[in-house]
Structures are given as structure tokens and as C-alpha cells.
Design a protein around this ligand. Structure first.
Ligand code: SF4
Length: 71
């Protein structure tokens, strides 16, 4: 299983569809109508714990706005 080590969102690409939030509410949230990574989720243990959901969120994004790095 891939372990997520970093997740970033290109907010210029985000169209505010919230599809990623449905996949990964633990790590992602909407702020000012743009998907963002929760501040308290920028922790390696949290990212690792939610790896599957983060990857699913990146895959569901229609704009490829979510970049994921894995170990
Ligand atoms: S799925 Fe992509 S376009 Fe939709 S809210 Fe999330 S980052 Fe934005």
C-alpha cells in the first residue's frame, strides 16, 4: 500500500466541486470555496493513516488539482 508523504492542492485549478472532500474529510476541507489541506493534517502520521482516502481524492478530482507524493 502506498503511503502518502505529502499532499498539495493547486487552488488555481480547483473548481470547488467538493468531490475530494467526500472522499477524504479527515484531511481536506473547503476554505473560501477552495479545497485545502487541513492545517492539523500536515503531519506525516496523519497523512500515512489516511493514505487510501487521499489517493482516492486525488483520483476523483476532475481538474487534477491534487498532487500526492508517496513513499
Ligand atoms: S475535487 Fe478537485 S476541483 Fe473538486 S473541490 Fe477537490 S480539488 Fe477542487
Amino acid at each position: 500500500m502506498a503511503e502518502v508523504t505529502k499532499v498539495t492542492i493547486d487552488q488555481d485549478e480547483c473548481i470547488s466541486c467538493e468531490a475530494c472532500i467526500a472522499e477524504c474529510e479527515a484531511v481536506l476541507e473547503m476554505v473560501d470555496d477552495k479545497a485545502t489541506v487541513k492545517a492539523d493534517a500536515q503531519d506525516p502520521a496523519v497523512l500515512k493513516q489516511h493514505s487510501d482516502e487521499i489517493i482516492a481524492a486525488a483520483e476523483v478530482c476532475p481538474c487534477d488539482a491534487i498532487q500526492v507524493e508517496t513513499a
